[in-house]
Ligand binder design. Sequence first.
Ligand code: NAG
Length: 576
Amino acid sequence: MRPSLASLLLGVALLIFSASAERRIGAQALNTANGDELQPRRGSRKQLLEWEPVSTADGGPGDTFVPQGGEGSWESGGDTGIIMIHACVMSKGDVVGWSARNMGLQEYGSAVYNATTRSYKQLLDECGVHDCKNSFCGAQTTTAKSEVLIFGGHADHINWFRSYDHGTGGLWSTQMTSGRWYPGVATLPDGKVIVVGGVADSGKAGYHVEDDRSVDNPSYEVYDPIARKFTGDNWEMSEQLAAAFPIHTYPHVLLTPDGGLAVSAGKLMVKYARTGPTTFAKTYDYPSRPGAPWSYPQTGVGALLPMLPPYDQLFFLAAGGTSQDRAKVGTPASDAAEIIELTEGPEASWTSVGPMPYPRVMGDALVLCDGTIGIFGGAQEGLAGWSKVARNVDYGDGTSWYCEEKCSKAEVEVFEPTIFDPATGQWSEKGTLATMLRPRLYHSVAVLLPDCTVMMAGSDVTNDKTAEIFSPPYLNKGPQPVIVEAPTVVTAGTEVTVPYMSPDPVQRAILIRNAAVTHSMAFDARALWLEVVSNTGCELSVAIPGNRNVLPPGMYMLVILSDKDVPSPAQIVSIP
Ligand SMILES: *[C@@H]1O[C@H](CO)[C@@H](O)[C@H](O)[C@H]1NC(C)=O
């Protein structure tokens, strides 16, 4: 039986999806973001989604919904001190960000931004979290100890690694085995961190380098944060990475429930098994994502959909990018979006859930507090990267910024976010969400803040050192529950009880990994709906999964939701 929501798309395309109704947390039925109740399926195993395309014809409008709670709102978030090209949300909810453009004393500038006061402080001295080793365009993640780990970087420092402890201010750096500009990063179940691919010469990414394979670095290396050691380069992923060259930088590296990795580079996606503490081997190819290669600089967005107990299914959404190989200034962005079930094995397939309301290149995708996916910023034409052609960049209020050098290769900015509801496969209809003022193009970031708002910052093509903050419509659907108290450290495989206050019944709880983002990449991003073990009306007990393959060590936001799907402010828990 596959009951449910059949959505008929109008126009050229007829596409019917059915979102299976078998969503259960404890004994409670779940509500979708647009309010339709999904009944639990009797006697079946818990499972989230089964996407079933009836037709895959292209070209019609996507299936859309009008968000409940209005259009949300954008407000100025004040100054961030630096152009926030890299951003991480830390254990107390503050945002550590860094840049690397010439800014006098802050040449390697780092800042910590407090979203409550909407103000920033310079972080450390002028060397910042880089430890004076330029980490511009490296990759990063955070640890359960509120540390930032930064892999690779720019120019002479392309092969450096730095570890910054946000609690103590301590910095440590060392050299990796090889240089990596635009690598992928993922935390493994044991807390080791893998860094994958990138190029060994900074600036050398994209079709203009395809005749020069000497710049490629199709290897991977594993870092052990306890021993503070790198393992040396390994090459078992080089066949895929070399085949995807040169549109293979910033690959998505996704930890799967069996402890392996799904790696997406270009349009190729390959499953690897972990064969040892620091080694992997290819097990099979997934089918290629339809359309053009979508890694940097043809940048689309990717997001793992929130998992449901028993956490044996993992779905990945790939959305947008450019519509053509060899994208140039003016090439239309893609409005395509597909989902693949990574846990389905070699038979997995990409199912269209598009078109999106906007074509979008270089957006930012993140899991919002109600388990929907928000897509922010970016543009409707072009690609990532700097252009030497001077141009005006438009703001949402009709003003513009005249850029003379290092300008945007992407144009026709998207000011309206789009929300994707994984429960229904629907997108927020065009014109239903508030538009932001500032274009967020190349070198911008979006992060989920603990109050369930979204901060966008950065964009160096407009020299933007400010933040803008979006309150999603869910904050306007009813009173917010409040978690009275939560432990700051939580052990995987245990039950956690949190006292709460809420005028409306509380039904659900979700864990969302703290953001660690740059260049439209949200490293280690994942979210898990939690099994509700008991709920007294003022105390909620939830089961924290014990399988570290679905819950790798790190910092996570714990959010509870009312029966109206209004999220509480998050409590950040460290799960070592
Ligand atoms: C941010 O500012 C608020 C208000 O002053 C303060 O209570 C909070 O501790 C600050 N956050 C951090 C992480 O310093």
